[in-house]
Ligand binder design. Structure first.
Ligand code: COS
Length: 383
C-alpha cells in the first residue's frame, strides 16, 4: 500500500521533527546511560513507528518499501541506537509473520506489534551458526501438541524487552541443511526460555543484544509459522532480503547526517588563518562523502520501488546493504579525519558515530555474505 502524497509528506516531516527535537539532543545521554528513556519510546509509539511495515488492517501504517526507506533516511539522522528500538518490530522480528503467518497468527500478534505493545525479536544466529545460517542446531521436536525446543540463540537484539520471538529451529534433525529448519512465532514467557545478560558492545549504546536459551521449552504446535515444517530457512532469507534494504536505508540517513556534521565542522574550524573548508584536501573528503551518500540513496530508492512493484530484489538488496554500509564506514572515518584530534574524543559525535556504524557491515549478513549473494545470483543467471 502507498500513502497519498500529502500524508506521506506529513509523516516524513513529523519523523524529521521528532528526530531533530527529541532524539538528537539526548544522543550523548543515551549513549552514556546505555538506555533510551521511556518517554522517548512512548513518543515513537505515538508516531506509529513500531508499525511502519505492518499492514493498516492490523493497525500499522502499512508503508510501501519506498516510504519505509524515506522514514529510515530521517531516522538515520541520529544515533542508530534509537532505530534499534523499533527496528525488530518493523523488520526481522515481524516480517516472517506478515509474509507467511496464518490468519489467526496475524490477527492475534500484528496489532500488538504495530502498536509497540509487544516487542518482537528475531532468533536465527547461534554460537555455531552465523553467516552459515542453514547450520542452525537449535532443535524443535514435535511431541503431541507441542514442539520441544532446545538450543542457544546469540546476539539477539531487543531480547530482554521482547514479548515474542520469531525463532528458527530444526524440526527435522535428519536433514542437516536448509530444508530441516522451520520458523515459529512464540510468546517469550514460555517456561524453559532464559534471556542472558546484555553484551558489552563497541557502539550503539542504548540498544541491547542477548543470548536466548531454550531448555526443554514446550512451544505450542500452532506457533509454527504457516502450515508446513521445513520452510524456515526460506522465510529467514526473505525476511533478510527486506531487512538488508531497511538497514541500507538507515545507513543512508546516518551518511547524510555525517556529511552535514563534516561540512559544519569544516566551516567552523580555522587553521593557517582560514576555515579548513577552504582547503581543497578537506573539500575532496567532503565531496567523496557526499558522492557516496547520494549514490547509496539512489540505489536504495530504486531497489525499494522495484520491490514495491513485486520484483524479487534479493540480489539488489545485497548490493544496497554492501555499498551503503561500507560507504557509511568510510564517511564516518572521513568525518573523524576532518574533525582531527576532536574526532577522537567523546565530546564530539564523530567518535561515537565511528563506533556506531561498524555493526552495519556485520549484522543481517556481513559484507562478504552480500558479495556471495550478489555473485551467486550473477553466476546463476549467466548459466
Ligand atoms: N529467498 C528465497 N529463497 C532463498 C533465498 C532468498 N533470498 N536465498 C536462498 N533461498 C533458498 C534457495 O533457493 C535454496 O532453496 P532450494 O533448496 O529449494 O533450492 C535454499 O534457500 C538454500 O539456499 P542456498 O543453498 O543458497 O543456501 P546457503 O546455505 O548457501 O546460504 C547464504 C546462503 C550464505 C546467502 C545465507 O546462509 C545467508 O544469507 N547467510 C547470512 C545470514 C545472516 O544474514 N545472518 C545474520 C543474522 S540475522 S540478524
Amino acid at each position: 500500500m502507498s500513502l497519498d502524497a500529502e500524508t506521506r509528506e506529513q509523516l516524513i516531516s513529523s519523523v524529521a521533527r521528532f528526530v531533530r527535537e527529541k532524539l538528537v539532543p539526548i544522543e550523548d545521554k543515551v549513549s552514556t546511560e546505555d538506555r533510551v528513556p521511556d518517554d522517548v519510546v512512548q513518543g515513537m509509539r505515538d508516531l506509529g513507528l513500531f508499525g511502519l511495515s505492518i499492514p493498516a488492517e492490523y493497525g500499522g501504517l502499512g508503508l510501501s518499501m519506498e516510504e519505509e526507506a524515506l522514514v529510515c533516511f530521517e531516522l538515520g539522522q541520529t544515533s542508530p541506537a534509537f532505530r534499534s528500538v523499533i527496528g525488530t518490530n518493523v523488520g526481522i522480528g515481524s516480517q516472517g509473520l506478515v509474509m507467511f503467518g496464518r490468519q489467526d497468527q496475524k490477527d492475534y500478534w500484528l496489532p500488538k506489534i504495530a502498536s509497540g505493545e509487544v516487542i518482537a525479536s528475531f532468533c536465527l544466529t547461534e554460537p555455531g551458526a552465523g553467516s552459515d545460517a542453514a547450520s542452525v542446531r537449535t532443535t524443535a521436536i514435535r511431541k503431541g501438541d507441542v514442539y520441544v525446543v532446545n538450543g542457544t540463540k546469540r546476539y539477539i537484539t531487543n531480547a530482554a524487552k521482547a514479548g515474542a520471538f520469531t525463532l528458527m529451529a530444526r524440526t527435522n534433525p535428519d536433514n542437516k541443511g536448509a530444508g530441516g529448519i522451520s520458523a515459529f512465532f512464540l510468546p517469550s514467557n514460555l517456561k524453559g526460555i532464559t534471556v542472558g545478560k546484555p553484551e558489552k558492545k563497541m557502539g550503539q549504546q542504548g540498544a541491547h543484544i542477548h543470548d536466548v536459551i531454550f531448555e526443554n521449552c514446550e512451544v505450542p504446535a500452532d506457533c509454527l509459522i504457516g502450515e508446513k515444517e521445513g520452510e524456515g530457512f526460506k522465510l529467514a532469507m526473505q525476511v533478510l532480503d527486506r531487512g538488508r534494504l531497511h538497514i541500507a536505508a538507515v545507513c543512508v540517513g546516518v551518511s547524510e547526517r555525517l556529511v552535514r556534521d563534516s561540512t559544519t565542522y569544516a566551516m567552523e574550524r580555522e587553521q593557517f588563518g582560514q576555515r579548513i573548508a577552504d582547503f581543497q584536501m578537506i573539500q575532496a573528503m567532503l565531496a567523496d562523502s557526499k558522492m557516496e551518500s547520494y549514490a547509496a540513496r539512489c540505489m536504495v530508492l530504486e531497489t525499494a520501488r522495484k520491490r514495491d512493484q513485486g520484483v524479487n530484489i534479493a540480489m539488489e538488496a545485497s548490493c544496497c546493504k554492501l555499498f551503503a554500509s561500507e560507504a557509511v564506514g568510510r564517511i564516518a572515518d572521513r568525518n573523524v579525519q576532518i574533525h582531527g584530534g576532536a574526532g577522537y574524543v567523546a565530546d564530539y559525535a564523530a567518535e561515537r558515530f565511528y563506533r556506531d556504524v561498524r555493526i552495519f557491515r556485520l549484522y543481517e549478513g556481513t559484507s562478504q555474505i552480500q558479495q556471495m549473494v550478489i555473485a551467486k545470483s550473477l553466476l546463476r543467471n549467466a548459466s
